[in-house]
Design a protein around this ligand. Structure first.
Ligand SMILES: [Zn+2]
Length: 167
């Protein structure tokens, strides 16, 4: 039976689900497990083919990763403005320490942040890596974050390592 097509599933394909099992079939017939940037580049160059097992509750199906672009966007190998809500530019941000910080000595503090550049944060990991590059911030990517929208726009609350904010 031919494997199914991940491209046909589109964005609903669970590219980044922890339980999705990737299989790489190399040109020489070797089979390896897992797929990252290297595997993407080999597949792009035609040196290998990528497959994935999408685990289901009752049965699991084998899919050909036949949309490498979507694979790369899902894994953040290629920046995806639409998926992340974030342009690839220096973000214009306004931020302030959140006044409800309960512990004045904690390593991480809460900040309220607005994106004046009109980007939206759909993907905190991408925003965190952009802010690390642009401002040297060490933003928490686990734990809670929030967004609130009112007439003035959207305000996000993030946790950032206090020392990285000093600039
Ligand atoms: Zn922006």
């Amino acid at each position: 039976m031919e494997p199914r097509s991940a491209a046909a599933v589109g964005r609903d394909f669970p590219y980044t689900l922890a339980t999705t099992c990737y299989i790489e079939v190399h040109k020489d017939g070797r089979v390896t497990q897992g797929a990252g940037t290297d595997a993407y580049q080999r597949a792009l160059a035609g040196e290998s083919r990528l497959f994935a097992v999408w685990p289901g509750q009752w049965r699991s199906d084998l899919f050909a990763i036949d949309d490498l672009d979507e694979f790369a966007r899902a894994h953040g190998i290629v920046h995806d403005e639409e998926r992340t809500g974030l342009a690839e530019h220096i973000h214009d941000v306004k931020w302030a320490l959140a006044d409800r910080e309960p512990n004045p000595r904690s390593q991480y503090v809460s900040i309220d942040l607005r994106l004046v550049c009109r980007c939206t944060v759909n993907d905190r990991r991408t925003f965190a890596s952009q802010m690390r590059e642009q401002q040297g911030w060490d933003m928490a990517v686990t734990g809670g974050w929030s967004r609130q929208t009112n007439a003035n726009g959207t305000t996000y609350t993030f946790r950032v390592r206090r020392r990285s904010l000093s600039s």
